[in-house]
Design a protein around this ligand. Structure first.
Ligand code: ATP
Ligand code: MG
Length: 559
């Protein structure tokens, strides 16, 4: 089923918003938000939430806020705030107005807490955190009332004021909503709504030593911002009664509707900021933006485009059922984009010298090759010279069956140039091939050879007209499909793929690649899609990252 207005596949959230608009709910407004906690870099799972929130707002002429849910100052930082802003913009979305922070609302949240106390709906508890946990009960057993649950309103107001003034140590007092310790929903068993934390906050500095809890903060921040549809992942389903309780008890003018959808899970990948942070902190990768990371910054550096990520998020859809998406779908999305949009170029990753004996030493033939086989992207220049390089993998003395590259018998075509034949193999004292002596057929430029066949087409660069480059070949970071849940006694770190990065130091690229810029992808013919590394490439050193191979090599391996 599709949405007749724009041919986008229908999903239950789109349908719900349409239904609300039809009955005139929220005065016909759609206001969404993306609410990250700035405790790490965003990952591909967040991209799903970003695309959903921003696209729903766009589609229904609404707005979408970017709000930092910053209630855990110990784990958060300005670095993460900046990285998240950059990632959301890069994905192609513009948030409405200024950036928001839940911490902008700390004064209001505090006043609301006082209101709850005044109305007998919140109390200061002096149990320790361990005791609170014990009293909470379990899924099977109801909780027990705290002995402090029935303090008078005056005493609660006094204690809460003193909490705020810094008179108590962390963990000695907290403010709890007075709901129901016997509720079958543990979230409703008098949840803590304020705790003491004597720490500096990246936005509010040292103003506060009490901080509101996430569940209490989130619904109120949504209400303050006039959010109409508060889209979140399924793990918050059991928190919805609390979301609604807080807003109902405080009679907020706006009562957003929380709607849950399933998280994006990808095989061969971990998507949890906590786990990604561990990979970074323990140096399993080189930072949050390591091109092997499923972070948005890692994918960007790897060469993924915003469009490919948005398309991927659309392909995976929005449902309420938990599932695992095959990472090859993400790879499909980037190949699909780059096949159409990446200009072609030649890069010899593992060079083997070829001397074309019948070509003059001081000549260079300029050749114009199309930048793209189908799209009109102009032309690029390469030079044919006596000395060239081909890839080591494109010559075999003892070829395997059906080998379609160069051998002592097989002539091959150099892409966009002549057909050449190998006459002699030169080896070093260790028996390693160091050079091929070849001849070219001068009647084969743009023409088929007469009386024989070229067995294949290989890529090459002129030894004189090329630039050195470092090539980083990336593969999946984990070699287990489900690194997080591979069985008892395993840890996701056990499944790091030891071959996830191969650095090739001696690659050579065609002349035009000297002007490559990060963010502009290329297809290196026969090798894959590549992009200039945004961090390590310099004016003197080209460094390219392999975004993805040309074909799904993993699918083949698994068959
Ligand atoms: P993590 O477990 O990686 O820390 P989180 O949910 O704690 O994720 P937040 O910063 O709180 O991270 O997330 C911001 C928003 O992104 C939330 O609305 C959350 O539901 C959504 N989100 C996070 N992970 C995913 C995912 N894998 N798929 C879809 N949405 C997600
Ligand atoms: Mg979270």
């Amino acid at each position: 089923m599709s949405n007749p207005e724009n041919n986008k596949p229908a999903h239950f959230i789109r349908q719900k918003i349409q239904a609300d608009l039809q009955v005139g709910k929220n005065e016909g407004q759609v206001v969404t938000r993306f609410p990250p906690e700035p405790n790490g870099y965003l990952h591909i799972g967040h991209a799903k939430s970003i695309c959903l929130n921003f696209s729903m707002a766009q589609e229904f002429s609404g707005t979408c806020n970017l709000r930092f849910d910053d209630t855990n100052p110990e784990k958060e930082s300005q670095e993460y705030v900046e990285a998240i802003k950059k990632d959301v913009s890069w994905l192609g979305y513009q948030w409405h107005g200024d950036i928001r922070y839940a911490s902008n609302y700390f004064d209001q949240l505090h006043d609301y807490a006082v209101q709850l106390i005044q109305e007998g709906k919140a109390y200061v508890d002096s149990l320790s955190p361990e005791e609170i946990r014990e009293y909470r009960g379990t899924l099977k057993a109801p909780g027990k009332d705290s002995p402090y649950r029935n303090r008078s309103i005056e005493e609660n107001l006094d204690l809460f004021a003193r909490m705020r003034n810094g008179e108590f140590d962390e963990g000695t007092q907290c403010l709890r909503a007075k709901i129901d310790m016997a509720s079958p929903n543990i979230n409703m068993r008098d949840p803590v709504i304020y705790r003491i934390r004597k720490v500096h906050h990246h936005q509010t500095g040292d103003k506060w030593c009490i901080y509101p809890m996430y569940d209490y903060t989130h619904c109120l921040s949504d209400a303050i911002e006039g959010i109409t549809h508060s889209l979140c992942t399924l793990e918050f389903e059991d928190h919805r009664p609390l979301y609604d309780w807080v807003l109902d008890e405080l009679r907020t003018p706006c009562h957003p509707q929380q709607i849950e959808f399933s998280r994006l899970n990808l095989n061969y990948t971990v998507t949890s900021k906590r786990k990604l942070k561990l990979l970074v902190d323990d140096h399993h990768v080189n930072g949050w933006d390591d091109p092997r990371m499923p972070t948005i910054s890692g994918l960007r550096r790897r060469g993924y485009t915003p469009a490919s990520i948005r398309n991927f998020c659309e392909m995976v859809g929005v449902t309420k059922s938990e599932g695992v998406v095959d990472v090859s779908m993400l790879e499909f999305a980037i190949r699909d984009d780059l096949d159409k949009n990446a200009p072609r170029a030649m890069c010899v990753i593992n060079p083997l010298k070829v001397v074309i004996e019948n070509y003059p030493e001081d000549e260079a033939l300029e050749l114009s090759l199309p930048a793209h086989p189908k799209e009109d992207m102009g032309e690029r220049k390469v030079f044919f010279t006596r000395e060239i390089y081909i890839d080591r993998a494109d010559f075999e003395e003892v070829p395997p069956p059906k080998y379609k590259r160069m051998t002592l018998e097989n002539a091959v075509r150099l892409r966009g140039a002549y057909v050449i034949k190998c006459k002699e193999v030169v080896k070093d004292s260790a028996g390693e091939i160091i050079e091929l002596r070849c001849t070219y057929d001068e009647n084969t430029l743009g023409k088929k050879p007469e009386g024989y066949k070229a067995k294949g087409v290989i890529h090459w660069v002129s030894a004189e007209h090329c630039y050195p480059a470092e090539i980083r070949l990336y593969d999946r970071l984990f070699d287990h499909e489900n690194p997080d849940n591979a069985g008892d006694d395993t840890h996701f770190l056990d499944f790091i793929n030891p071959d996830s990065l191969t650095v090739m130091q001696n690659a050579l690229v065609e002349p035009g690649l000297k002007d490559a810029v990060p963010g502009s992808p290329y297809q290196f013919e026969r090798e894959g899609y590549f992009v200039l590394d945004e961090k390590d490439a310099t004016a003197d050193k080209l460094v390219f990252n392999r975004t993805v191979t040309l074909r799904d090599t993993w699918a083949k391996l698994q068959k």
